[in-house]
Design a protein around this ligand. Sequence first.
Ligand code: AG3
Length: 290
Amino acid sequence: MANPLDYIEEKHPQGFTVRYEATELLFEGQSEFQNVKVVQTKGFGKMLLNDDLVMVTEKDEFVYHDMIAHVPLFVHPNPKRVLIIGGGDGGTAREVIRHPQVETCVMVEVDQMVVDACKEFIPQTAEAMSDSRVDLRIEDGVKFMKESEMTFDVILVDSTDPIGPATPLFGEEFYEDVFTRLADDGIVVAQGESPFYEQTMQKKLISLVKPHAKHFAFYNFHNMTYPGGLWSFLFASKKYHPTKDFNARRVAESGMSFQYYNAEMHTASFALPEFQSSMQKAESYGKTCE
Ligand code: AG3
């Protein structure tokens, strides 16, 4: 064993640390943007960490990737052009291209090292990046949004936490460009952080989409490895309502099978705990998220 390990930790400024038993450090590198690690854990399969924050594990990545992709793709009636900002592990692209209407999935990831490390060690997610419908560009997502002339039906912001390279992805200018590149009936879904630990950031995310979207709402999921377990995405659209414009029959008719997503979870995930729901209502004044 090249680099034996006893454990790997994700430390939190809120005063707790999550420790995973691990056996081997499969990869470690320092890119221009961040520290990248792939670790063989005992209980979660291979794990990708960026700046020592857990991004993906083989055991539970299906939850996040189901929910970032299938919620908007089953609301939009004909999602042909999809854009992923970030998502260098490939898991989001994998779920996007399962939808037969998708003609092209442009993926803009800033860090080549993340893509290379995942291609070598986590094919479970990375494999999708070799599909002919995936147009992978190693480029700064903020710059791409500013300079691109393409229009997208669905834009998925699959980012890390708002520290390090992802900071501008939680900014006003970026969202102005996102909505410029979004079709009139387009949908944006963004990685929405923890409802328990990141309430300030969730308020900020609402303020970023509110000026541009007709409908917007957080939806939640539970996974095994993001701090607190409960985590959010933010749905925003110039046209579609995330549950009223969702036709559950389409899920059944698709013939697709999932490990986390299903038609009931789709609707239920928009039911928020009271503290988050009242925050959302308070921050949305004048605009509807209902
Ligand atoms: N995106 C990262 C979600 C945030 C995780 N945060 C944390 N562990 N503190 C995941 C990318 C999956 N494609």
